[in-house]
Design a protein around this ligand. Structure first.
Ligand code: NOJ
Length: 591
């Protein structure tokens, strides 16, 4: 059904938020811009990117062999999920040696070579820094178990209690993220240790200055090897409350969100997450990076922080009046915003506007926004927002003001693969059972990257791969999409080119919803071309007049269209009469 937006309705809609993102724009213009402020970050899950030695597992030499692909995508910095020595209980987020490389992935030489080759191409390398926990196979933990001098309090230990029937019970009701108690009994030390993730991921004790110093050594070690910064893992968990004067940790209150007592959302994590001490820790890490730059020179080193916390807490990571924090506290609003079940396939235009303004309106002034659409812990964008919106989501990420952060494969429109219980590898799935694991599994978004339509999608020459390959690789792959006249990848590349314009680099933004269907965003800068992103986010056709709400007039020239659009580049669009088919998204420029 075609809807004509009437003048009356338009006037009413003009009252809707059509906000200029002042904070971003003010700081984003002028000469003082730093390299990361309009950068394209690209996340690689090393296990799944490229296998160079035919064992079915991605590795560092594989990444090095594909740096040209990243260069062609105009990536500014590559963020590698953990590559350190690890028993892989949580695929590298359980680190046995913070100063060495997982043998499956290569050696320190391979890493140095990767950084060197990347830098030659003008690409920066960012590492995942995992401060909250180590592996139980880390020497520090083994020493702590043995109460070796200096390591006694490296982790969070507690005797626990005897209940009325004399059975031993954990110190508190705290739950781990992967189901069940956050406390595990250690026979050798005869105490419980805290692990807010898997049993094999004991929490480091940030109340111990030796731990704080040790983790700073980790940062310096990798800075010395040439990294440009860090994505900081699981930040909100670093500090827990101190026990009271009797040595007791308080129980956390029930949330009322679920009846499942093993599910971490059963409790409100008021004593184990989002503590003020954690924010200060991030400021200390930022200072370390800035001091390093002052001494060693080079470009600014950056921090990207991972926190799925309330927005007011997340925004604290940016810093305060006197202290600098992380340049990029991850903006997860496109993941957590929208519908409560996280399935955003029906999200109307107003839902998109709400998501965008939730960040821009809450971001402290003088800071830079960033846009994260997905990562290795979430369902893929096409599976969350619907395949018809794959290009739209890439358009939003590249068109909105600030930093764009792409999870590998989103540029070619990879989608989730259902993984059987037998093939499941993720601890979040494996710690549950065959009946419910699909609610928790993160494997579907971690399948190997699809390079071509040859065996194993060109990822590996082995007969099997660590996770199965999505059978849609036959059509969804780099080689096929590069060769096509129009594909998710060619569209992504057009966005890359558009992003280089002064308007997108430095311009202001305003945005609004028109009815349920149309999301309209304007990027503009004095004396430069104005660009409009006009998207019909629903599956019914519509005609919109965007002239009043975006304060534009006349004709615009079509520059980018999504896969579902029948328009061509160069087609003229009159802004007071824009017909848009179901899920059609276009970018037009002023003439
Ligand atoms: C967040 C990481 O992204 C996730 O993959 C990991 O399981 C947890 N932190 C624990 O490190």
């Amino acid at each position: 059904m075609r809807k004509i937006i009437s003048l009356v309705l338009l006037l009413a809609l003009a009252q809707q938020p059509s906000l200029a993102c002042d904070g971003t724009a003010r700081q984003s213009s002028g000469d003082a811009r730093e390299w990361w402020q309009s950068a394209q970050f690209y996340q690689i899950y090393p296990r799944s990117f490229m296998d160079s030695n035919g064992d079915g597992i991605g590795d560092l030499a594989g990444i090095t062999s594909r740096l040209n692909y990243l260069k062609d995508l105009n990536v500014t910095a590559v963020w590698l999920s953990p590559i350190y020595t690890s028993p892989m209980a949580d695929f590298g987020y359980d680190i046995a040696d913070f100063f060495d490389i997982q043998p499956e992935y290569g050696t320190l030489n391979d890493f140095d070579n990767l950084v060197q080759e990347a830098n030659k191409l003008g690409l920066k390398v960012i590492l995942d820094f995992v401060p909250n926990h180590s592996s139980d196979e880390n020497e520090w933990f083994k020493k702590s178990v043995r109460r070796e001098r200096g390591y006694e309090d490296y982790y969070v230990w507690h005797d626990g209690y005897k209940n009325e029937s004399g059975a031993r019970v954990p110190p508190s009701n705290w739950l781990q993220a992967f189901r069940g108690s956050a406390w595990e009994w250690n026979e050798e030390r005869q105490q419980y240790y805290l692990h807010q993730f898997a049993v094999k991921q004991p929490d480091l004790n940030y109340r111990n200055p030796a731990v704080v110093a040790q983790m700073k050594r980790v940062l310096t070690y990798w800075l010395d090897r040439g990294v440009a910064g860090f994505r900081v893992d699981a930040v909100p968990w670093c500090f827990e409350v101190l026990p009271d004067e009797t040595g007791r940790y308080p129980d956390e209150p029930l949330s009322g969100y679920t009846d499942d007592p093993d599910d971490s959302s059963y409790l409100l994590h008021i004593y184990t997450q989002d503590l003020p001490e954690t924010v200060d820790m991030v400021y200390q890490w930022r200072k370390l990076l800035d001091d390093y730059q002052r001494i060693h020179g080079g470009d600014r080193r950056v921090l990207l922080t991972e926190a799925w916390s309330p927005l007011d807490y997340v925004m604290k990571f940016y810093g305060n009046r006197t202290t600098e924090g992380a340049q990029m506290p991850f903006n997860f609003q496109f993941i957590v915003g929208g519908n409560s079940d996280k399935n955003n396939t029906d999200l109307p235009a107003s839902g998109f506007v709400k998501i965008i303004s939730s960040w821009l309106d809450n971001m402290p002034s003088g800071h830079t926004a960033n846009w994260v659409m997905g990562n290795h812990d979430q369902r893929r964008v096409g599976s969350r927002y619907g395949e018809g919106r794959i290009d739209l989501m890439n358009m939003l990420q590249m068109f909105l003001p600030g930093v764009s952060i792409t999870y590998m494969g989103e540029e070619i429109g990879m989608t989730d693969l259902d993984i059987s219980w037998e093939d499941s590898r993720d601890p979040a799935a494996c710690n549950s059972n065959a009946n419910i694991y699909e609610q928790f599994t993160r494997d579907p978004a971690r399948t190997p990257f699809q390079w071509s339509n040859t065996a194993n999608a060109g990822f590996s020459t082995n007969s099997t791969t660590w996770l199965p390959i999505n059978p849609n690789y036959v059509t969804v792959n780099v080689q096929t999409e590069e060769a096509a006249s129009k594909s998710h990848l060619t569209i992504y590349n057009q966005l890359v080119a558009l992003r280089k314009t002064k308007t997108l680099q430095q311009g202001d933004a305003s945005y609004t919803a028109i009815g349920d269907n149309v999301l309209a965003i304007k990027r503009f800068l004095k004396d430069e071309k104005t660009y409009l992103l006009l998207a019909n986010v629903l599956d019914s056709a519509v005609t919109a007049d965007v002239s009043d709400v975006l304060r534009v007039s006349g004709n615009f020239n079509t520059v980018i269209t999504n896969m579902l659009s029948t328009r061509k580049e160069g087609d003229i669009v009159s802004v007071n009469n824009v017909p848009l088919g179901a899920y059609e998204a276009i970018i037009v420029e002023s003439m």
